[in-house]
Each structure stands twice: as C-alpha cells, then as structure tokens.
Design a protein around this ligand. Structure first.
Ligand code: KE4
Length: 431
C-alpha cells in the first residue's frame, strides 16, 4: 500500500505539532506505523491522502454512529452555517438538545452542554465535590475519563493505593484526592469507602469500558457500586461519553438497569463536531452557576453547529425503525466471524462486544473481565494484525486497548469482507 503522501505529511506535521498529531493515540505509536492523513470519509469508508480507501471501525472514536457525512447531518450543518456559527447567547437548538437528552436518558433531569468529554467529566467532578462538600474521587485503574488532572492518575501499586500521578505536571495535591479501585472488584471499592467514609465525593466509572478495550461489568459489581455510593452519600457518575446512545438508546445505564446520579456524554451528541455534556438529578445540577454557586462556563458551549449535527444524529437514531437491532445484527455477525477465525487459525484471543462496540483481545486468557486480564494481551501481535488489516483496507483503532465501532452505514458485505481479511491476517501471523 502506497502511503508516501502520509509519510511526507507526518514529517511536515512533527515540525509544528507536538508528535505531529493533535491527540496522542492518532500517532500509531503502539502499532509501529506512520499515521495516515485522512482526506475524506463517507458512510463506512474513509480515504487517506494517498487515495487508499478503508472500511472504518474507528468512526472518529465513537461519534460517527450513522457513518461519515450523513446527508441529513450535512444538510443541517449547511443550513445552520448560513445563519451564523456562534453567538455566545442562548438558542432554541440548545433547549431542543437538552429536552432530547433528558427524554432519552431517564436519569438526566437537567443537562449542561460543554465542548468535549474531558470538559464534561472535569465539570461533573467539580459539581460532585461542590454538592457533597467532599474532596475525594474514586476511579478505576485503566478507565479513561479525558485528560483532566484528577483523572490522569493510576495506582502506584495495588488497587487501594492513593493516586500517584501517571503524567508529569499533575501535582501531589491533586493526586492525593484520587483513589484507584479495580474494575469488577467490588471489595476494592468497599475498602476505599471504609477507609475514607465521609470524604468520598464521587465514584466515576465507564459503566462498560471502552478505553481498556471493551469490558462489561458484572451485575453484582455495578449494582453493588450503586448501593455503596448511596450508603456512603457519594455520587455515582457514569461516564457515558463513549457508551451514551452507542450501546442502547438510553446508554449503558439502560442496559445495566442502574441509575447514576450524574452522567457525562460526548461524541455521538455532537455528530462529529466538538461537544460534551453532563447531567443528572436536578437537585444536583441546580447547584451550577448561574442558578447556584458552582462555576462552569464555555464560550462555545451549545454552539449551533454542534447542536445541529448532534440533534440530527439523535433524530435519525430515534426515527429509524430497528436502528439498534440492525446495528446488533451486523455487530453480532462480526463477533461470530472473528471468533470463528480464532478457532480456525488457532490464534488465542477473546472478542468482547456490547452492541456496536467491540474489541478483539489477543490473549491466552479464556475471558477478559478486568484490567489485569487486559494486561495479558500480546500488543506486538496486535500491532502486526493491525497493519495487515490496514493493508487489506480495514481501519481498526491503532491500539489493542481501544474499542472498535460498527456504524449504521456498515453493510453486510463490509462485515463479510472484514471477517475474510481478518482470517487471512490471523492465518498469516500464526504460521
Ligand atoms: P474527549 O475530551 O476526548 O472528547 O473525551 C474524553 C473521554 C471521556 N470519557 C470517555 C469514556 C472517553 O472514551 C473519552 C475519549 N475517548 C478517547 C478514545 N478512547 C478519545 C480519543 C482520543 O483521545 O483521541
């Protein structure tokens, strides 16, 4: 595959952009490759500047559930554009967006728009601290909630360790207020509550993880988490930036039957434009300025362009008959094909999938249910598989520890082609 233009572009990019990219995971570092510079995308296909076309399973890391450049989204943007792009003043579109989110996610009674998932989680944490008057947040090792200081923390050892900065630039003062627990290990959370009782403001979790790859919570764990938070007066925050409107119309909380106190959203609700949101119980949200004392603001929050793209996306989701069942059919077909390929080639691996988000973990484990399980993966093997897939015209997330996404635009033949090429790649790698 000729990627000479991307190679030249990357050489140029690194001169003026740190690492040549505006978000680290795009650099293809963990797959030993040269990042592809994208020229355009339509439906389930994405094309690079060398003219190579791929079936896209990244979907901009989740937003593109309809596929790229959906005609109705493009039309809505074009019409909105003509009336101006940003006013720094309220618009009717923002009321529509808030009412749509509140209707689709029952635990959300009031919602505030922001401009990224990171802004949503940072703001939700500040709100939880202000509402409870407490300082400590509990997160789970491996879960990713954006690049806010409080979240770029993981245990120095074990699950019960006080936070240790995992990125330079995060102060000890910040780290001490972040405690780390083990995903799917309720005891690890209970121990933190027993040690810190009335000081924990919130527990934040990816209710179904995407950022260590896809891992589902056990019912006992996620229900137990809800009970613990209620028992100790801490807020339960579901970070649904990725799972919101992805795994079900009502997000992971609908699938899991657990009602969080706050939910963070992003990605799909912007239809590919910069967006984030956080919402939940009205008694909590009403503590936000200008209604209450807890401050949070944003120049472009709720801007007309992101609202138009997001509202059109949610409208299509709500009005398309069998939207999620069709996604389920295609995604289940992909999962079955990948599992069959593992059996036929003898490659060790586990496919985890919830709805249209999936991960093929290359591990000898028979199951992947925890961060520790995820760490058993053979990332070198993944890198080789990733690059063979790319050669075959399949664009996967450039990391073993990410989720892949099927969109409404993927066709049965796209899925069949992907299964075929995945088989060939695994066969080649296992010889
Ligand atoms: P952003 O600030 O990137 O919009 O959202 C942060 C975020 C928060 N919470 C969850 C559950 C998320 O998945 C994310 C962002 N996800 C990554 C993909 N794993 C974004 C890709 C990137 O960092 O470039």
């Amino acid at each position: 595959m000729n990627i000479s233009k991307s190679i030249e572009a990357y050489k140029q990019a690194v001169k003026s952009i740190p690492g040549g990219v505006n978000s680290p995971v795009r650099a293809f570092k963990s797959v030993n490759g040269n990042p592809l510079f994208i020229a355009k995308a339509k439906g389930a296909k994405i094309s690079d500047i060398d003219g190579n076309e791929f079936i896209d399973y990244v979907g901009s890391w989740g937003p593109m559930i309809l596929g790229h450049a959906h005609p109705e989204v493009v039309k809505a943007l074009n019409e909105t554009l003509l009336n101006g792009t940003s006013f720094g003043a309220p618009t009717l579109l923002e009321i529509q967006m808030a009412e749509t989110i509140n209707a689709m996610i029952p635990s959300i009674e009031s919602v505030r728009m922001v401009n990224s998932g990171t802004e949503a989680t940072m703001s939700a944490l500040r709100l939880a601290r202000g509402f409870t008057g407490r300082s400590i947040v509990v997160k789970f090792e491996g879960c990713y909630h954006g690049h806010g200081d409080s979240f770029l923390i993981k245990a120095g050892s074990g699950a019960l360790t006080l936070g240790v900065p995992s990125s330079p630039g995060i102060t000890e003062g910040t780290a001490k207020d972040t405690l780390i627990a083990d995903y799917n290990n309720l005891d690890s959370v209970e121990a933190l509550f027993k040690q810190n009782a009335e000081n924990i403001a919130a527990v934040i979790i990816e209710p179904i993880t995407g950022n260590i790859g896809v891992v589902e919570p056990t019912n006992e764990f996620i229900q137990g988490l809800r009970k613990l938070c209620t028992q100790y007066g801490a807020l339960l925050i579901f970070d649904e930036v990725m799972t919101g409107f992805r795994v079900a119309k009502g997000g992971a909380q609908q699938l899991l039957g657990v009602k969080p106190d706050l939910t963070t959203l992003g990605k799909i609700i912007g239809g590919g434009l910069p967006v984030g949101a956080y919402g939940g119980r009205k008694d909590i949200m009403d503590k936000l300025a200008p209604q209450g004392p807890i401050y949070q603001a944003g120049t472009l929050s709720g801007n007309p362009m992101a609202m138009a793209a997001g509202l059109t996306t949610l409208k299509i989701i709500n009005e398309t008959p069998n939207f999620y069942s069709d996604l389920e059919t295609k995604s289940a077909m992909l999962e079955a094909g990948l599992n069959e390929n593992l059996v036929k080639t003898g490659v060790s691996g586990v496919v985890n999938r919830v709805g249209s988000m999936f991960t093929l973990f290359f591990t000898a484990n028979k199951a992947v249910n925890s961060y520790a399980d995820v760490l058993t993966c053979n990332t070198d093997f993944f890198a080789k598989y990733f690059n063979l897939s790319l050669e075959s015209g399949i664009y996967l997330a450039p990391s073993q520890f990410e989720a892949g996404f099927v969109s409404a635009a993927h066709t049965i033949s796209d899925i069949q082609y992907t299964i075929e090429k995945s088989y060939e790649a695994l066969k080649q790698l296992n010889n």
